[in-house]
Design a protein around this ligand. Structure first.
Ligand SMILES: *[C@@H]1O[C@H](CO)[C@@H](O)[C@H](O)[C@H]1NC(C)=O
Ligand SMILES: *[C@@H]1O[C@H](CO)[C@@H](O)[C@H](O)[C@H]1NC(C)=O
Ligand SMILES: *[C@@H]1O[C@H](CO)[C@@H](O)[C@H](O)[C@H]1NC(C)=O
Ligand SMILES: *[C@@H]1O[C@H](CO)[C@@H](O)[C@H](O)[C@H]1NC(C)=O
Ligand SMILES: *[C@@H]1O[C@H](CO)[C@@H](O)[C@H](O)[C@H]1NC(C)=O
Length: 902
């Protein structure tokens, strides 16, 4: 039901040859990637975007050609933004006359190959989430001096009808002037094209002549071929003004509501009846007003609800259920959308204020109850649709919080089959949960992106479902003559959309193909029949092959895979496996990169004469989002109210706490890295060492308390910290009991029981009773040590210390240690985020220090921001004692005692 948008960006960046791209191992100072300005040594001389659409099925080929005019090898990057709804079917590079093509494999098989390659440090993921509706395909390759390269990416998708039109947009951004730039769109629609438009966000009067558009009967053609001069941002500019979306919209004639096409043994059937009265709706809006909705989200939600009320027609009925930890129902029962009631409803909406926690289970059950009660009281018209629209921005954290349990409760309660739509607002939602709950109740889920246009997104979704004109639609095809039919019964038909069914014909002697459709309209039952003569093999295809011949078969496969994947979400485990296998078989047979397959590209590495394995995976909505950064936030916040988004520090802010968990904040990415160091009690680890300043911080590991019941715990903590300032002849020992300051020959001991302040030239220490020690060596070198202490009779917990840097800008470039080496920042790239057994903890590939590591999304706690409970901080977890992230191995950080400095 989404806006089916078709997007591609085409960017060529040129970097100076790979040198600038290497991070030199062992250097404490991380060199930033040297992203040079694009240079003209590599000339992109041709970009060709070729789109062929036959009966809604689009086959797109993007070809880009470049030449390296320099005397040394150069790296070129090819980037394309393609729609999330599309499946990549091929990618190839032609280098020196040799074609390197992608091979589509089962994901598991590709993973193995990938893992082997990772261990050799020769891989890269190719696809990342990019825009709301797009994913970005990126590949880079070294081109030898004076050589040429051709990239070719192929992807396919079915254009879905929405609001009365098919729309595709091609995002273009060549970033350079291109001698041969061409977009060509050929459309073949057997029903006849009713209108065809082409436009671009960057269009100017000078560019207009470069756009051509024609259509007659079944054929449509759009082209865009700007000359070099037309591409210039200004008459004398060498920069391109081609930067934005090129959009093609069209619709087909609807003389007959249904249309069937039979080609090459497969049929596709399109059904979109026009001008029917809409069926009355009974809608319960279940609206989250929990604490995290506070502010803009709440304002946007209210605004959207007011707009929705404005568009509500008098034959509709509605009610509101507002929830946080409490539930408020507006009216005891459904009310008619009379002008008076609408006015009252608007006043009610305007007065919604935010509350506290998030209880999802009970308000949804209440909505079901409200509809059930209205049914019992005969308030629900016989011809009407009953909908529950849930809007939430978080996960349940009060009442029933187990997602499976909520889904089960709703499924069981919803005996009358009300449709449940779930809108997930922002990044704090568990989208997978919402999607499953919607699909189990014949609805769909939609993500609302937290942005200035959130109101428009919510309203847009509503207008898609605002006008059901048919319910209980059943399509019947000739029995025994067909097989493998896609979904052929539907709860609703919404005005402006289209129902598509496809299948395989197994009776070779079939001369006529007929379909009978039964549905319930606003006033009566409706029947449609359609009958087509199956033409001779040769006769048909002449017309259709104007575009491409096997579209019916590929459209069928595309639709079948989409439906199998969707069914899988709400299937039981056994069924799930079966559906997965079917979808996988089809993906492999038709060569689609779906969530079950990967495309493996092996490219030559010019220098080492070694091969590099690249993998393109499909992104899945439950995981991916607007930008990689936003997607991370989604993993990070399972709790709505309980965990408002973490404010990453704007300054490097690193710490180690608990079972020693190290957290390295990365302000430039608004994210964090984390790792554990597993060592034996008694071991002392170096956390910070700056030989220039003469300052070091070391920590001694302690084990957990003996519980007396022989339970051996591997948990370890920091029980003692040593801080040395060699220049000041100062040593400070902090344990869970005492704070000892040794300066030259003087030694003074303090306890945690009393507030204390020690001030010396260039040194300041404050003991905050039973809570923390703040320690500063003047401006730019400030630490906090937190005391975690438990009751004396607590046999489970051991007292321990946490160490936090508050300000580290005074430290020299050579600062090292497990925390210190990150004081001056760290650069990394995340790609290939993919699902693991635990949906909240996806894995990804991290490129750091010119190595590729597998990392896992997780979170750690910041007790400095919330002393009692700790504040959850989402981070990328680096496994194996941070191997690959830290310089050397963790053993290199073991020092002989807590006052050790090199
Ligand atoms: C992929 O594209 C290349 C280059 O056009 C072609 O040689 C190859 O056969 C294609 N692969 C498939 C599976 O179609
Ligand atoms: C084309 O797009 C421009 C910019 O988005 C817009 O201002 C203009 O109205 C559009 N023209 C048509 C015919 O849609
Ligand atoms: C198509 O139908 C046949 C016969 O009913 C069945 O054996 C086969 O598994 C089906 N294939 C798919 C892809 O659904
Ligand atoms: C520990 O002692 C406190 C009082 O000092 C008491 O309230 C608490 O119940 C005791 N807890 C245990 C586990 O014995
Ligand atoms: C240290 O403890 C004091 C007193 O409890 C508190 O006010 C202060 O915020 C704490 N400082 C840090 C950095 O946690």
């Amino acid at each position: 039901m989404g806006h089916l948008l078709w997007v591609c960006t085409l960017i060529f960046h040129v970097f100076y040859s790979v040198k600038g791209d290497f991070l030199i191992e062992g250097l404490r100072n991380i060199q930033k990637r040297n992203v040079a300005e694009p240079v003209n040594d590599i000339e992109v001389y041709s970009i060709n975007i070729d789109c062929k659409v036959t009966s809604r099925f689009a086959h797109n080929v993007i070809t880009s050609r470049a030449v390296n005019r320099a005397d040394v090898s150069k790296e070129a990057i090819f980037k394309v933004d393609l729609p999330k709804t599309a499946f990549i079917t091929n990618f190839s590079m032609i280098i020196d006359g040799i074609t390197y093509s992608g091979v589509i494999k089962e994901k598991e098989a590709a993973k193995k190959q990938y893992a082997t390659a990772v261990s050799k440090g020769q891989t890269a993921g190719l696809v990342k989430a990019s825009g709301r509706k797009t994913e970005k395909f990126t590949v880079s390759v070294n081109i030898a001096a004076q050589s040429k390269v051709t990239f070719e990416l192929v992807y396919e998708e079915m254009l879905k009808r929405n609001h009365g039109k098919y729309e595709m947009f091609i995002k273009i951004q060549p970033k350079t002037l291109v001698r041969n730039f061409k977009i060509e769109v050929q459309i073949h629609e057997p029903q006849g094209i009713s209108f065809l438009d082409a436009n671009a966000t960057f269009i100017t009067n000078d560019l207009l002549p470069a756009v051509h558009k024609t259509f007659s009967a079944e054929k449509g053609y759009v082209s865009f071929k700007p000359t070099l001069d037309q591409q210039r941002s200004c008459a004398t500019c060498t920069t391109s003004l081609l930067d934005g979306d090129f959009t093609v919209t069209y619709d087909v004639n609807r003389e007959s509501p249904a249309n069937i096409q039979v080609v090459n043994g497969y049929f596709v059937h399109f059904f979109a009846p026009q001008k029917l009265a809409s069926v009355p709706k009974n809608v319960i809006y279940v609206i989250d007003r929990s604490g995290s909705m506070e502010g803009r989200k709440m304002e946007q939600t209210k605004e959207a609800l007011l707009e929705i009320l404005k568009d509500t027609t008098e034959h509709d009925q509605f009610n509101f259920v507002l929830f946080d930890n409490n539930i408020d129902v507006w009216k005891p029962s459904l009310v008619k959308a009379t002008p008076e009631n609408l006015k009252e409803a608007k006043d009610f909406v305007r007065k919604i204020t935010d509350g506290y926690a998030t209880n999802i289970n009970d308000p949804v059950l209440r909505a079901v109850e409200l509809l059930d009660k209205a049914r019992e009281l005969n308030q629900i018209p016989e011809r009407s649709v009953s909908l529950i629209v849930l809007l939430t921005d978080g996960e349940a954290n009060i009442g029933e919080t187990e997602p499976e349990k909520i889904q089960e409760n709703v499924r069981k309660a919803n005996k009358n089959g009300y449709t449940v739509y779930c809108l997930g607002f922002g990044y704090g939602v568990d989208y997978g949960f919402l999607e499953k709950m919607a699909l189990e109740n014949s609805g769909i889920a939609r993500r609302i992106y937290e942005d200035s246009d959130a109101t428009v997104q919510m309203q847009g979704f509503y207008t898609e479902i605002a006008n059901p004109t048919l319910v209980d639609i059943k399509m019947q095809y000739p029995e025994n003559a067909i097989a493998n039919v896609t979904q052929n019964s539907f709860n609703h038909y919404f005005d402006g959309s289209e129902i598509v069914v496809a299948g395989r014909i197994i009776d070779n002697d079939l001369n006529f193909f007929s379909v009978d459709i039964q549905a319930e309209g606003a006033d009566n039952s409706l029947k449609y029949s359609e009958n087509v003569q199956i033409q001779e093999k040769d006769g048909v295809s002449k017309q259709q092959e104007y575009i491409f011949g096997d579209f019916t078969e590929r459209l069928w496969a595309y639709l079948t895979i989409q439906q199998l994947l969707e069914k899988r979400i709400s299937a039981d485990p056994l069924e799930k496996e079966k559906l997965k296998q079917q979808a996988l078989d089809l993906s492999l047979k038709f060569k689609f990169v779906t969530p079950l397959t990967s495309m493996v590209v092996t490219k030559p590495e010019e220098k080492e004469k070694e091969e590099e394995t690249l993998v393109a995976d499909k992104f899945v909505e439950a995981q991916d989002h607007n930008s990689p950064h936003q997607s991370l936030q989604n993993y990070a916040y399972p709790g709505g109210y309980a965990s408002p988004p973490y404010q990453y520090a704007q300054m490097p802010n690193n710490w180690v706490d608990s079972d020693p968990h190290f957290v390295i904040s990365v302000p430039s990415k608004n994210d964090a890295l984390c790792f554990n160091i597993q060592e034996e009690p008694g071991v002392v680890l170096n956390l910070v060492e700056d030989l220039e300043l003469g300052i070091a911080v070391n920590g001694e590991i302690i084990g957990k308390k003996e519980t007396g019941n022989n339970v051996i715990s591997k948990e370890t903590y920091f029980g003692k910290l040593g801080i040395v300032n060699r220049k000041m002849k100062l040593r400070i020992e902090v344990t869970t009991e005492t704070i000892t300051i040794m300066m030259g020959k003087n030694k003074k001991e303090y306890t945690w029981e009393k507030k204390t302040s020690v001030k010396k030239e260039g040194f300041n220490l404050i003991v905050h009773k039973k809570n923390n020690v703040t320690l500063s060596f003047g401006e730019g070198a400030t630490f906090v040590i937190l005391l975690h202490n438990f009751a004396k009779n607590d046999s489970l917990h051991t007292d321990f210390l946490g160490f936090y840097t508050l300000d580290d800008h005074k430290f020299s470039a050579g600062v090292h240690g497990l925390l210190g080496q990150f004081f001056h920042g760290i650069d990394y790239e995340i790609s290939n985020i993919h699902e693991t057994k635990n949906p909240d903890k996806p894995d990804a590939t991290m490129k750091v220090k010119n190595k590729l590591l597998t990392v896992t999304r997780g979170s750690q706690k910041d007790y400095k921001s919330d002393y009692r409970n700790g504040k959850k901080v989402p981070c990328w977890f680096v496994h194996s004692n941070a191997e690959g992230l830290i310089d050397g191995t963790h053993k290199d950080y073991i020092v002989p005692d807590i006052f050790y400095i090199d």
